[in-house]
Write a protein that binds this ligand. Structure first.
Ligand SMILES: NC(=O)c1ccc[n+]([C@@H]2O[C@H](COP(=O)([O-])OP(=O)(O)OC[C@H]3O[C@@H](n4cnc5c(N)ncnc54)[C@H](OP(=O)(O)O)[C@@H]3O)[C@@H](O)[C@H]2O)c1
Length: 338
């Protein structure tokens, strides 16, 4: 099992140019882990947060990073080897995973590579009918949408609020999804439709045809219309853009409704929410292979489609991060691995 592989590593923080495609030690699976031969990698915001030194986090939250470090969390591939005590997955199984999140925030997830080792509990069976690029694009965004909207799936403490995050009923309800064309947003839209909600999608106008195709009942182009000025009486807002500006959506909710900010840092809405009789709740996505195996059926039968914005070879990860920095991502950016 010893040897070298190609990986994308950081030797310091900075812009996309600090992503270096180079030789790195090939990992070995420890007890409880599998070694995945990676066919594709999904690109997510934490990849560039790490690359950039987590400057978006409060200093006390910034993980200590030891260089060199391999970036990335999400993969799809085939199991190459298993740790001694692994019984549930076997060599040759096709799998997809979000590896060690959030435990690997300091760079211990190591997905931008030809091989990654992963705790077996983080690894799900890959949907058989979609390709590795689509499967690799799914885990973090899909688990985020699933854990916010369908099933939290764990009892770990919530770093974002004192209480456990609880999904709310969706059938027959009206759900507004902001950032609806992005990674989390386009999957949250589809899960809400699957559960029987009416969905208002907020995004820039270029995404309208896609959002209607994915099931949006109404599309609001935020470049021309402020959703918070025209929408009233919704049951749930999923804000996949988030930040302090998320509080503007409180006005769109009916009493008893809920705001789920996917990126809640900087949001201070507790007093206003209490006055309006609405709930604000968030959670941090956690690795969960069992949930990925469960959701695979929805990806296989086309209930949930993973949209690919763009694809780059692993060696060109820098170009993928440059694409991400331009914003307006439609779906997901992926890296393909030889
Ligand atoms: N809580 C968690 O554990 C968790 C998990 C995953 C992600 N996140 C966070 O959630 C956020 C979204 O992640 P993502 O992967 O979905 O990002 P993404 O793929 O970059 O999607 C962001 C989307 O927002 C749209 N957008 C940008 N400005 C907007 C605005 N003013 N109004 C409406 N839409 C706007 C963008 O396209 P257009 O502008 O063209 O519409 C883009 O499609 C990130 O901040 C990420 O860190 C949190």
């Amino acid at each position: 099992m010893s040897g070298m592989m190609k990986a994308v590593r950081l030797h310091g923080f900075g812009g996309p140019e600090v992503l270096v495609y180079e030789d790195a030690p090939k990992p070995e699976p420890r007890p409880g882990e599998v070694l995945i031969r990676v066919h594709a990698v999904g690109v997510n915001p934490p990849d560039w947060y790490l690359r950039d030194g987590y400057r978006m986090l409060p200093p006390a939250w910034q993980p200590q990073v030891s260089f060199p470090v391999i970036v990335g969390t999400d993969v799809s591939g085939v199991i190459e080897a298993v740790g001694d005590d692994v019984r549930t997955l076997a060599v040759g199984d096709a799998v997809y995973a979000m590896v060690r999140f959030p435990d690997g925030l300091a760079g211990d997830s190591r997905a931008y590579a030809q091989y990654v080792s992963a705790p077996v509990a983080h690894v799900g069976r890959k949907p058989a009918k979609i390709g590795h690029p689509q499967a690799a694009a799914a885990p973090m965004s899909l688990l985020t949408a699933w854990q916010f909207l369908i099933d939290l799936g764990h009892d770990e403490p919530n770093p974002l609020q004192p209480h456990r995050h609880r999904p709310v009923p969706l059938a027959g309800r009206t759900v507004l999804v902001n950032g609806a064309a992005g990674g989390v947003g386009h999957l949250a839209l589809q899960l809400a439709k699957w559960k029987g909600a009416r969905v208002i999608a907020v995004a820039s106008g270029r995404h309208e045809a896609l959002l209607r195709d994915l099931g949006a009942d109404e599309v609001i182009d935020y470049t021309g219309t402020r959703a918070e000025e025209v929408v009233r009486g919704v049951d749930l807002v999923v804000d996949a853009v988030g930040g302090p500006a998320s509080s503007r959506f409180l006005a769109t909710l009916k009493r008893g409704g809920a705001l789920f900010p996917i990126f809640p840092l900087g949001l201070d809405a507790a007093d206003e929410a209490r006055d309006l009789g609405v709930t604000v709740s968030a959670t941090q996505v956690r690795s969960n292979g069992a949930q990925l195996t469960e959701i695979a059926g929805l990806l296989d039968d086309g209930t949930v489609r993973v949209v690919i914005d763009s694809s780059f070879p692993l060696a060109d990860a820098r170009l993928a991060h440059e694409r991400a920095a331009q914003g307006h991502i439609q779906g997901k950016i992926v890296l393909t691995v030889d």
